[in-house]
Design a binder for this molecule. Structure first.
Ligand code: SF4
Ligand code: SF4
Length: 252
């Protein structure tokens, strides 16, 4: 039987009288507290199996619910106590995906500090296991895709296309993808930084390094943004790389 933090029990299942005397014995407050049982019928044991059988998720079976991970998690302690790695692992092992889904708004909040993994006495790779749980949920359409994965895809496509990274173009392209209308030059249709509807933080971010660049470097950057250079013979290599990545499922 796992120990549950009281905050995880639904309020309507907790019965507690502030003042209660039974046969002359004072059983006020927590002495009379009862948690009503519940019936759970929505197990998805395939879910638990999928997590435990994946290479990154297999250490989930070693968890003995001590809660060291949650006690050391900064997201749980300083942001939102509904983010609870121990509890997520508990629910995943039971295949209680509906309960996991109730926490969809906080479930992506891990900041990858690895404190949980470092503190776990049972060698559970907590962060990796949590990521596997999230991937399995996203696959079933229970939660949205990991927000940073959208950027990863965009980044991968950019590298695949050119065989190199062009920071400015990557940043502006991503900002455009978020719905900002960027001003584009009329000939090459490339976004022009610092003009248009770009958010103020972005303009400030771009202005700072520009101010400290020498003219030659500035011109080189501008040229790269306008005429994106490619790695030599990249097209042939790109085809092979794309095929290999598709076969590995790395482009999903
Ligand atoms: S610290 Fe390790 S064993 Fe303890 S609850 Fe977290 S994952 Fe499980
Ligand atoms: S890696 Fe994520 S889950 Fe683990 S302690 Fe850090 S924020 Fe919490």
């Amino acid at each position: 039987m796992a120990i549950h933090e009281r905050s995880l029990v639904e309020q309507e299942r907790i019965l507690r009288k502030e003042r209660l005397v039974v046969d002359g014995v004072d059983v006020s407050g927590d002495w009379n507290l009862i948690i009503l049982p519940r019936v759970i019928e929505d197990y998805d044991l395939d879910f638990a199996k999928e997590v435990a059988e994946s290479p990154d998720g297999k250490t989930i079976t070693q968890c003995y619910q001590c809660s060291y991970c949650t006690a050391s998690c900064p997201v749980h302690n300083y942001w939102d106590d509904r983010y609870n790695p121990r509890h997520f692992i508990y629910l995943a092992r039971l295949g209680m995906v509906d309960e996991l889904q109730k926490r969809a708004d906080v479930i992506w909040r891990c900041v990858s500090c690895h404190k949980c993994t470092h503190r776990c006495p049972k060698g559970v790779l907590v962060e990796e296991v949590l990521k596997v749980i999230l991937r399995a949920m996203a696959k079933r359409g229970l939660i949205e895709e990991y927000p940073s994965k959208k950027f990863d895809k965009f980044f991968t496509e950019s590298v695949l296309e050119y065989g190199r990274i062009e920071d400015g173009e990557l940043l502006l392209g991503w900002v455009e993808k978020q719905g900002y209308k960027l001003f584009k030059d009329p000939i090459l249709k490339k976004p022009v930084p610092l003009i248009g509807d770009a958010p103020l933080w972005l303009k400030q971010l771009m202005l700072k390094p520009i101010k400290s660049m020498n003219v030659g470097f500035l011109m080189l950057n501008a040229k790269h943004m306008l005429f994106h250079p490619r790695t030599k013979n990249w097209n042939k290599f790109k085809q092979v790389l794309r095929k290999a990545m598709e076969e590995e499922g790395a482009l999903k």
